[in-house]
Write a protein that binds this ligand. Structure first.
Ligand SMILES: Nc1ncnc2c1ncn2[C@@H]1O[C@H](COP(=O)(O)OP(=O)(O)OP(=O)(O)O)[C@@H](O)[C@H]1O
Ligand SMILES: [Mg+2]
Ligand SMILES: [Mg+2]
Length: 752
């Protein structure tokens, strides 16, 4: 079955549309806001000698002490006097054009409510500056939400409000929602040590360090401890309320400075935090927001927010949800596609606000220095399958090198950047490549982007070394003098040259330009060994040669037809043919470790087994696929236990799908990906991988899974996708032949 036929219908747009419509239709409420109440949002001074009138307008000094780490939905009733100030006096009824925010609006801010109206409920609309509190409350409700669709809808409501009333805050709001300070590839990290934060919290709240430490140990979250500690905070001056753009600016500043001034800045910001702001400010600094919003959810939320914004005025009963469903799906696709070639919100967001979404791809072009999502390949299990797929199309076979994918960029200034498969900036890892990069050029080359594989190289024997050798190379702060593992780069594609993107050209043209502008240097820069042939025996022989040449097998690619470079796609125009998978599964899987089982016997003191999951990109959830206890050395288990022990969570994440019978001793955050091989894939009554694709009730599990290695170059959203799992299951011979063996009960590994 072709992979497209495996795709389930996307469920979420219609549900989201429903939420959207409910929220728009319920939005005719008339709001009562006290004109005076806006004063409550200003910086206030507590003064014992203040006049009674003055006092009436002053936020009580104890406001923090009244705030609890309570969910937004259980908003505490204000004391009568405050309530009076908001509602009793000078009550004015206003509609859409309200100009002032009431404390009530602020306290009740809940973008997850069915009645939420992105314009009417954006209580900051008169000031046009987004309060950090609105974002923190959004995070708070998202954290309490179970379903991913609802989480995304909530975030889209907030984004829509920002787009409508304070659009210049959209960039910082987006970065804060995924806890980044800049595009991921710039690698700007906060790096504030937990003890520094604890000290700042102590100083601000008067609590002692031992207390904060023990609370953090107990609760497992310094963010919550920080929020609760603020109950004891007393101060003469209530600092000005925080807003999104200042918080973002300050976080960037914090990332760039060190020592006492860093500590002071953290302290000053923390003191100004109100209610849940403290929780999320501290979590941002730690680097774990814990709201479960990652890149794909964020992009979906942005797209939905954009559609909501575009229809904010015209949403009448005459507009049927179906109309929006398609628009949401199209907008999401266009946005995600543009993001693959331009993963930079500083560029994308102003463009979506200014131009039609259909222009986005042209408005945000690729350019050197900014990684694009690499094209990926489909696994196959034999030369015959390759020929079945490609029919009469002209193909080329290239050796498949087993190293690390590298997208190498040179901009007009001559600066070189190297990006991993996962678009991480690996430039600092390869100073040796940068030093010798001019040797590669032939003729007039100012800028380029090449696609390649870096492999470890034995300089004396002049041969490729296994991946394991490359993985021992230092990752950061590499000093060129101290490099022990030499590397050679095997180039297989050219995506950009001298200001022109080549991704829409065919491989044969791209290859021609590659050979025209670049040259090989022995043991440093090589073109991937290739053979253009449509002869099945020659392909078979070339495969054998590639194995003798220390490669994994072949990559088979179309040359002229259907041969463009498909950014971010797992394309059927690139097939991988791996020697050791020719007869069974076709490929290894890259799975996320979501739980650990305590070891027994020899494995006491470490985890003895783990629960693994694949990633379902459509529902954005992790689905259990197998338990694993094989393939680990004692040292591996030690390393895994130490690392994963730092990422234990109290309960399973709301976006983990598993059967109760699999409940591990510890759940983990989805932080690590492992490459795993298995004997085959079978239908499972317990596991949830690809559930609903192949079978409505049963998922798919791996039989005899074996740990191969950690995939540092993949994050958990790059793990093997549910559709890939389904495809691998379907491609097995026994399934194809409809034999019953695939329905046998799973055989789990023993962990002892
Ligand atoms: N000639 C080549 N053309 C393309 N890719 C190559 C070539 N030689 C080696 N590679 C590497 O092979 C990879 C594809 O196969 P591999 O099984 O290693 O993928 P992966 O990194 O595990 O990702 P996935 O399993 O998600 O496809 C490419 O990403 C690239 O790093
Ligand atoms: Mg590889
Ligand atoms: Mg792989």
């Amino acid at each position: 079955m072709p992979p497209t036929a495996l795709r389930r219908r996307r469920k979420f747009p219609s549900k989201l549309c429903r939420c959207f419509f409910v929220s728009l239709l319920n939005s005719s409420t008339i709001y009562r806001i006290d004109a005076k109440a806006e004063l409550l949002d200003e910086p206030l001074i507590k003064s014992e000698s203040a006049s009674p009138e003055a006092k009436a307008n002053v936020e009580p000094m104890s406001v923090d002490s009244e705030e609890k780490a309570s969910p937004v939905k259980n908003v505490k009733k204000e004391p009568k006097d405050v309530e009076d100030r908001i509602t009793d006096k000078k009550v004015t009824t206003i509609g859409l054009n309200s100009t002032s925010a009431s404390k009530e609006d602020m306290e009740n801010y809940d973008p997850s409510a069915d009645s939420y109206h992105p314009l009417k409920n954006a209580y900051w609309k008169d000031k046009k500056v987004t309060p950090y509190l609105a974002l923190a409350r959004t995070f708070q409700v998202i954290e309490e939400t179970k379903g991913r669709l609802k989480m995304i809808d909530t975030l889209s409501n907030f984004f829509c409000s920002v787009m409508l009333v304070s659009p210049e805050d959209l960039v910082p709001s987006v970065y804060l929602s995924i806890n980044q300070l800049a595009p991921a590839y710039e690698g700007l990290e906060l790096g504030v040590a937990e003890t520094t934060l604890m000290k700042a919290i102590c100083k601000a709240t008067g609590r002692n360090l031992a207390h904060i430490k023990s609370q953090t140990h107990l609760i497992g979250d310094l963010g919550i401890v920080a929020e609760q500690s603020r109950v004891s905070q007393r101060m003469m001056f209530q600092p000005a309320p925080l807003n999104v753009r200042d918080v973002f600016r300050k976080l960037r500043e914090i990332a760039k400075i060190s020592g006492q001034s860093k500590m002071d800045l953290v302290y000053n910001m923390f003191v100004a935090c109100r209610s849940s702001e403290a929780r999320f400010f501290i979590r941002s600094l730690i680097g774990k927001l814990r709201i479960g919003i990652a890149e794909q959810s964020l992009l979906t939320a942005l797209a939905i927010g954009l559609v909501k914004k575009n229809h904010i005025d015209e949403c009448k009963a005459s507009k049927v949800p179906e109309v929006y469903k398609d628009e949401i799906a199209e907008t999401t696709l266009l946005l995600k596609t543009a993001y693959c070639q331009c993963p930079n919100y500083d560029i994308i967001i102003p463009a979506i606000l200014k131009y039609d979404i259909k222009e986005l791809q042209d408005r945000c072009p690729m350019h050197p220095g900014m990684p694009l999502r690499p094209m990926l390949a489909q696994p196959t299990k034999g030369v015959h399958e390759v020929f079945e797929r490609f029919g009469g199309m002209q193909i080329t076979c290239e050796w498949k090198y087993d190293g690390e994918r590298a997208q190498i960029h040179r901009n007009e200034k001559g600066e070189i950047s190297i990006f991993s498969r996962n678009s991480e900036n690996n430039t600092a890892k390869y100073p040796d490549l940068i030093a010798r990069s001019t040797g590669l050029l032939k003729g007039d080359v100012q800028s380029y982007i090449i696609d390649s594989e870096i492999v470890a190289w034995d300089v004396e024997r002049k041969q490729i070394l296994p991946f394991q050798v490359l993985s021992t190379r230092k990752r950061k702060n590499v000093d060129i003098e101290e490099i022990k593992v030499q590397v050679c780069v095997y180039i297989f594609d050219l995506l950009y040259i001298n200001g022109t993107a080549l991704v829409t050209k065919n491989l044969s043209e791209r290859r021609k330009l590659l050979l025209e502008h670049f040259q090989e240097v022995e043991g440093e820069w090589k073109f991937a060994t290739a053979l253009d042939t449509n002869d099945i025996d020659e392909v078979q022989q070339f495969l054998e040669e590639s194995i003798k040449g220390n490669c994994e097998g072949l990559m088979v690619k179309t040359l002229d037809e259907e041969a463009t470079y498909e950014i971010a796609k797992r394309s059927r125009n690139w097939l991988k043919l791996k020697k050791d998978y020719l007869s069974n599964v076709g490929d290894s899987l890259d799975l996320v470790v979501i739980g650990g089982y305590k070891g027994k016997g020899r494995r006491t003191g470490t985890y003895g087994g783990f629960l693994l999951a694949c990633y379902d990109t459509e529902n954005e959830e992790y689905q259990s696929i197998c338990k694993i206890g094989t393939g680990f050395t004692d040292e591996d288990l030690q390393t895994h236990s130490e690392f994963l022990g730092k990422h234990v969570t109290d309960t399973a994440k709301s976006y983990y799908r598993y059967d109760q019978s699999l409940e591990p001793d510890h759940w983990f955050e989805p932080v690590q990906v492992w490459e795993v091989k298995c004997a085959d894939l079978s239908l499972s009554p317990i596991h949830r991988a690809a559930i609903g694709i192949v079978d409505g009730e049963r998922g798919i599990s791996l039989r005899f899974p074996r740990f191969i290695r950690i995939r540092d170059d993949k994050n958990s959203e790059n793990a093997t996708d549910a559709n890939q799992v389904a495809h691998m299951y379907q491609s097995q011979d026994q399934v194809k032949n409809n034999q019953k063996s695939s329905t046998q009960m799973e055989m789990e590994d023993e962990f002892y």
